[in-house]
Design a binder for this molecule. Structure first.
Ligand code: HEM
Length: 169
C-alpha cells in the first residue's frame, strides 16, 4: 500500500514524535563543516527543523504524501529518487530522520512502522471518523518534548459493517 506508506512517512516528517536527537563527540577535538567541535561536546540535533528545511523540501510546511511517491521529482524539486518509500527511514538520507540515524538510530523502527500501517489501515477501513466540534483537526502543536497536539484530538468512530463500501452506514 504505497499511498498509505507515503501518508505515514509524511506525518512522521511533519510531526516526529522525537523532534531532537542527542549526540556527544568522541574524546578528540574535531572540525565539522568549518565548526570547531571540542571533545565530549553534547549536541542536540533538530530533527524537526531538518525535516522542514526549505532547502531540502518543497513546500515543507504542507502535508503532501505524494512527495514520497514520485521520482525525478517535480514536487520536491530534486533529482533524487523518492520512489521506494521504504528507503527513507533514517538509513541513507539525512534529510529524513524520524527514527534518528546511525548506530544509535531507533532499533524499533520496523516494528513501529508495521504496527502503524496495520493500525491505521484497520482504523480507516473499519470506521468512518467524526471529529468532535467540526470537520477539521486542529493541528496546533504543544510544547512538550514529544510534540503532541496542543488540543487533544477527540473523534468518534462510526463502524463500517461492510468495510468495502465507500461510505459507512
Ligand atoms: C513511531 C514510533 C517511533 C519513533 C518515531 C521512534 C523514534 C526514535 C528516535 C528518534 C530515537 C533516537 C535515535 C537517534 O538518536 O538516532 C529512538 C531510539 C530508540 N527507540 Fe524508537 N521510535 C519509535 C518506536 C520504537 C519502538 C516500537 C521501539 C521498541 C520496540 C523503540 C525503541 C527504541 C530504542 C531502544 C531506542 C534507543 C536506541 C539507542 O540509544 O541505541 N522505538 N527512537
Amino acid at each position: 500500500m504505497p499511498y498509505l506508506q507515503s501518508c505515514v512517512k509524511e506525518v512522521l516528517r511533519l510531526h516526529p514524535p522525537a523532534p531532537f536527537a542527542l549526540r556527544q563527540s568522541s574524546d578528540q577535538d574535531c572540525k565539522i563543516n568549518g565548526y570547531d567541535v571540542k571533545a565530549h561536546t553534547r549536541t542536540l540535533i533538530n530533527v524537526y527543523a531538518i525535516m522542514r528545511d526549505p532547502q531540502s523540501w518543497v513546500n515543507p510546511e504542507e502535508y503532501i504524501p505524494e512527495r514520497f511517491l514520485v521520482s525525478g521529482d517535480e514536487i520536491n524539486g530534486r533529482d533524487d529518487d523518492y520512489e521506494d518509500v521504504n528507503k527513507m527511514d533514517g538509513g541513507d538520507d539525512f534529510r529524513y530522520i524520524p527514527f534518528g540515524f546511525g548506530r544509535r538510530g531507533c532499533p524499533g523502527s520496523s516494528l513501529a512502522l508495521t504496527v502503524i500501517h496495520v493500525t491505521i489501515g484497520a482504523l480507516i477501513q473499519c470506521f468512518e471518523w467524526k471529529i468532535n466540534g467540526g470537520d477539521k483537526v486542529n493541528m496546533e502543536e504543544g510544547s512538550s518534548f514529544s510534540v503532541g497536539l496542543a488540543k487533544p484530538l477527540v473523534c468518534y468512530p462510526v463502524a463500517c459493517f461492510n468495510p468495502f463500501e465507500e461510505v459507512c452506514n
